[in-house]
Ligand binder design. Structure first.
Ligand code: BGC
Length: 510
């Protein structure tokens, strides 16, 4: 999703980059091939709004993205919408065929709340929506591909948004009611559930939710409510479904690595990690639960200085702390990139006050040398290794599902060597973390195919398969990286030197 980066590259940056490059070389004592652990699973991820299309078909009602992209016709600069997206509502069989071509163990997709519950509530279940997901799940199971389901991936019902959405304290109940319906309808076959994708992006960065206007207040209300929503859904599963369905439930948090610009900036880098992801990880995965102490203290102090009678960060009651603490069978981790963090006097007055960024009080940026003209993605895999190591050390080595990792290209085409290099380095970094004890159980690439990207529409391409948006048929064509990924899955080995032979059609290789 959106990145909030200052762009002030310092003159001494080269020195630091050299230091980083050195430490990277030390971190990755590459051998040419590395084996994945036995039982390790591979998959690919997508989300409903980004691929399904059929936005107003068969009883589905409007979600926040349908609403905003129609209300403001060129909401994204290129006027793209997810109205048709990759047309997966109609092409799900081809999607499953692609999973088979790749040899995926599992596929992670999301359910559209408004396709299942057009009123937002469980008073009316939309049969057509139910059938769509049943068909998709059953088609996957026919070929032994395990369905893994995200309940919320950015597409809140617009009706709920109109009454405050994620800032309304009732939303945790609405969400857990919706979760109950999904467990009831699909839980006989779905054994891996992700409650919410990227709570931080939902609360702080989502264009469509619009909380940016009340940053420092609305985003914290949202944070509390999404954590409660997650906790309640987990409780519903435990109390009503676990015994009979025997599945597992977790949450997905996006975790960037923040590298201190110099040793002096370690504190700044820690702070940004606490605000950006500790905010959501600490309440669930720490021994004590609740928002991180440093965050609570900082916001309480600033709020008092600003004349607020109490902290802008809402409190959890002791019961709420307990509801959320430990409410996950695994840690779903999305990781895309790394940036540099620092703080100095230039920060004074940089951010509006009060605001989330003013509370966090750190500047982050992506060094120019990491950027390319092709893409907003940077290939900085040592950051992935560091993030995985930190989670292992700070949170008692929880079972980790890598739910997203991927490379964005704005060039497109099927010869995506840069995506392949990115995948090689990130898989390599993940294997390094595993060899040092990180309990990583699975890896899922973003994404199975090109799809609607939140801030940039169809310009950004993340797919192993290219989608043809202009023919009217949405043909999916495997890229070079699809051949590479397929080989990893077939051999269960990462071969740094593997070069795919694209002259053999991917379907015939099976
Ligand atoms: C989101 C995806 C998105 C991807 C690439 C993740 O943060 O979960 O929906 O497409 O990043 O930006």
């Amino acid at each position: 999703m959106l990145q909030i980066n200052g762009d002030n590259v310092k003159s001494h940056l080269l020195l630091i980059l050299c230091a980083i490059t050195l430490s990277t070389a030390e971190l990755h004592k590459d051998t040419q091939t590395k084996k994945f652990p036995d039982g390790f699973l591979f998959g690919a991820s997508t989300s409903a709004y980004q691929i399904e299309g059929a936005w107003n078909v068969d009883g589905k009602s409007e979600n926040i993205w349908d609403h905003i992209t129609h209300k403001i016709p060129c909401f994204l600069s290129n006027c793209d919408t997810g109205d048709v997206a990759a047309n997966s509502y109609y092409l799900y069989k081809r999607d499953v065929e692609m999973m088979r071509e790749l040899g995926l163990d599992f596929y992670r997709f999301s359910i559209s709340w408004t396709r299942i519950l057009p009123t937002s509530f469980p008073d009316k279940i939309n049969e057509a929506g139910k059938n769509y997901y049943n068909n998709l799940i059953n088609e996957m199971l026919k070929y032994n591909i395990t369905p893994m389901v995200t309940l919320y991936h950015g597409d809140l019902p617009q009706k709920l948004q109109q009454i405050g959405g994620w800032t309304n304290p009732e939303v945790s109940k609405w969400f857990s009611d919706y979760a109950r319906v999904a467990f009831e309808l699909f839980g006989d076959r779905v054994k891996h559930w992700f409650t919410l994708n990227e709570p931080k992006e939902t609360c702080n960065q989502d264009y469509a939710t619009g909380f940016r206007d009340l940053s420092g207040i609305a985003d914290y209300l949202c944070a509390k409510n999404v954590l409660l929503a997650h906790g309640k859904a987990y409780e519903v599963y435990n109390n009503e479904f676990r015994a009979s369905q025997n599945g597992n439930v977790g949450i997905v948090v996006s975790v960037k690595w923040y590298e201190p610009e110099t040793e002096k900036e370690i504190d700044a880098a820690e702070d940004v990690a606490i605000f950006e992801w500790g905010q959501f990880i600490h309440p669930i995965f720490s021994e004590t639960g609740d928002f991180p102490k440093k965050m609570k203290e900082r916001i309480a102090k600033k709020s008092a200085e600003q004349g607020f009678p109490s902290s802008r960060l809402p409190n959890f009651s002791p019961e709420e702390v307990e509801l959320v603490r430990g409410s996950a069978d695994f840690f779903g981790l999305n990781h895309y990139s790394t940036c540099i963090a620092y703080r100095n006097e230039s920060i004074n007055g940089l951010y509006e006050s009060p605001s989330y960024h003013d509370d966090m009080n750190v500047i982050t940026y992506t060094p120019n040398d990491w950027k390319s003209t092709e893409s907003a993605s940077t290939n900085v895999s040592w950051g992935f290794y560091k993030v995985l190591t930190k989670i292992r050390n700070d949170y008692g080595n929880p079972p980790i599902y890598i739910t997203e990792n991927g490379f964005n290209s704005e060039i497109g085409g099927i010869l995506d060597d840069n995506r392949m290099s990115y995948l090689k380095s990130y898989l390599n970094a993940m294997l390094d973390a595993i060899s040092e004890g990180s309990d990583i159980r699975l890896y899922s690439i973003w994404s199975l195919m090109d799809n609607f990207e939140w801030g940039t529409g169809y310009k950004s391409k993340y797919g192993l398969y290219e989608v043809n948006y202009t023919s009217g048929k949405f043909e999916r064509v495997p890229r070079k990286s699809a051949y590479f990924y397929r080989n990893v899955l077939k051999t269960r080995v990462l071969d740094i030197n593997f070069e795919p032979d694209m002259s053999v059609p991917i379907c015939e290789e099976n």
